[in-house]
Design a protein around this ligand. Structure first.
Ligand code: 9WN
Length: 521
């Protein structure tokens, strides 16, 4: 690719090529993330795609969001996948016959006419709706776009805030790694390790028909994804009882940004929006209270089903001190594990996750001998320390930087996040020009494996905005330039090696093209 992004001629070419990707991925009512790997409509992909599409066709951008919202459940949830009925069942796993939304999801109000998954994805939608409206207010008003989407977006936020505040502290929890969108982030290793995987032979991974196995999540990850989704489905998609419940910084930050956007939409429709801005402010405070670590200068996930019960700021420090001997234990063992399990065999928290219920003890005894051994060794300690508050997960994920987007973040917190972004763990402007999805120095770092290190364009776009929000214009400009160059040279890859920019995953990826367009405007 070009060494420097030149905003003259090359930009038109890049613009035209990005537009071509979105045309190729358009199905008539929505846009697929990728023709091969992801042949249906994805929730947060569609929000990012609409943000780019608005520059090509505000009508298509509105339609993208309306199609997604047509699949909303009566309880307010927006499903993470809306299935295209003309795509063969075996093209993507898990398929509609796995989720069984129209039967298993009946009590939760799944739609009858369209098949969907039963989990959610990050709430980027109100932000997208507001930006799409702003791109062409005349068309938007003529079509009654905002009056139609506003009540649905409000119901979506209500679902999250009322049914998903599983920790009782005002923040939203995800109940599956796919919900947060960074499927195999090392932040999930500890909370996932207490989940008994579904047998590998009980499902077929269609993703491996398209993606390189060494770039994708492992079979062990998939076994756990399948187990969690099956259990949720078999509970009729009722919230609260699952074995996985995590408060994630990016998911909550996006809800806050979207709540601010919903306030602007309300204002446009004649209300004041004040209550929504106030709610966004309360959420911002809760986010800092529950997930900020001042010593580490970033946000962390809170694992509600595990941990020592250390709460609030500084929790990570006590977490780290308390795991010393077990950490050594883990290091000693990790060399002996086969490569795909190396990074997670005996995670520090894996040994603290004692199931306090007979049910989970029973499940654990069915899991691998190695894990059982780890658990029993520390079970007394673990059950003593378990607390409903859970514990912060000591893994640095890009998710913990995304709150930089928040306009009312305390000044010192924003300044600390900027330092972390450019420090040794994320290397922006030093070791890398893009933002890795995970700690460059982390033990689980892998520059090619999905959310365990590669740089992604949606998180880069969010951080570019975050830097601008906090007036770090030079860093934002440099990041923008790197994103544009890499989108260009990688053929709009799904994700790239954070050091070299080498393309990984699918090419012609929807949000990469869409966010490129947005950065060009
Ligand atoms: C599971 C579609 C989605 C993205 C996610 C990304 C990946 C799916 C998968 O693809 O997840 O939802 O099959 O791996 O992790 O963020 O929305 O692009």
């Amino acid at each position: 690719g070009p060494a420097v992004y030149d905003p003259a001629e090359p930009s038109r070419t890049l613009h035209a090529r990005a537009a071509q990707v979105l045309d190729d991925n358009w199905t008539g009512a929505s846009t697929v993330p990728s023709r091969g790997l992801y042949p249906h409509q994805w929730s947060w992909d569609s929000a990012f795609i609409a943000i780019g599409l608005r520059h090509l066709s505000p009508l298509r951008a509105q339609t993208e969001l309306e199609t997604l919202l047509d699949a909303q459940w009566a309880d307010g949830r927006i499903p993470h996948i809306v299935f295209n009925p003309s795509v063969p069942l075996d093209a993507y796993f898990p398929s509609p016959d796995f989720w069984r939304s129209s039967t298993a999801g009946r009590a939760a109000g799944a739609p009858r006419t369209v098949q969907t998954s039963g989990i959610v994805q990050p709430p980027v939608h109100a932000l997208a709706a507001w930006l799409v409206h702003r791109a062409d207010p005349v068309l938007s008003r003529a079509r009654g776009f905002l009056p139609r989407v506003y009540p649905r977006l409000a119901a979506w936020h209500r679902y999250l805030l009322h049914r998903r505040d599983l920790g009782g502290g005002g923040l939203v929890s995800v109940v599956h790694p796919w919900e947060q969108g960074m499927d195999n982030s090392p932040a999930w290793d500890a909370p996932l390790s207490r989940i008994t995987p579904a047998p590998a032979r009980s499902f077929r991974r269609a993703d491996l028909d398209h993606g390189a196995p060494e770039d994708r999540p492992t079979d062990l990850d998939y076994g756990r994804y399948v187990r969690l989704a099956t259990d949720y489905r078999d509970r009729g998609y009722a919230d609260g009882a699952g074995e996985f419940a995590v408060e994630d910084p990016a998911f909550n930050a996006l809800l806050i940004v979207s709540e601010h956007a919903l306030a602007r939409i309300a204002r446009e429709l004649g209300a004041t929006g004040t209550a929504r801005h106030a709610r966004a402010q309360r959420l911002t405070t809760a986010l800092v209270d529950r997930l900020w670590d001042p010593a580490e200068e970033m946000f962390f996930c809170r694992d509600l089903r595990g941990g020592t019960g250390a709460g609030g700021s500084g929790a990570l420090e006590s977490e780290r001190r308390s795991r010393g001997p077990r950490e050594a234990d883990r290091r000693a063992r990790s060399g002996a594990l086969e490569p795909e399990r190396r990074s997670r065999g005996g995670r520090p928290d894996a040994e603290r996750r004692d199931g306090s219920s007979a049910h989970s003890r029973e499940r654990r005894s069915r899991s691998g001998a190695r894990e059982t051994e780890q658990c029993s060794r520390s079970s007394a300690l673990a059950s003593e320390r378990r607390s409903p508050a859970g514990a912060l997960v000591p893994e640095r994920s890009v998710s913990g930087l995304i709150p930089l987007l928040l306009p009312t973040l305390p000044r010192d917190v924003a300044a600390a996040l900027v330092r972390t972004l450019s420090g040794p763990h994320f290397g922006l402007g030093g070791a890398t020009r893009l933002v890795p999805s995970y700690d460059l120095l982390g033990e689980a770092f892998d520059p090619h494996r999905y959310w365990r290190g590669p740089a992604w364009f949606n998180t880069g776009w969010l951080l570019e905005h975050g830097l601008r929000t906090h007036t770090e214009h030079a860093a934002a400009d440099a990041l923008r330039e790197a994103l544009l160059e890499t989108a260009d040279s990688s053929d709009f890859a799904e994700y790239v090696d954070p050091y070299t920019g080498e393309a990984c995953g699918a090419l012609g990826f929807g949000w990469t093209a869409a966010l490129t367009l947005d950065l060009l405007h």
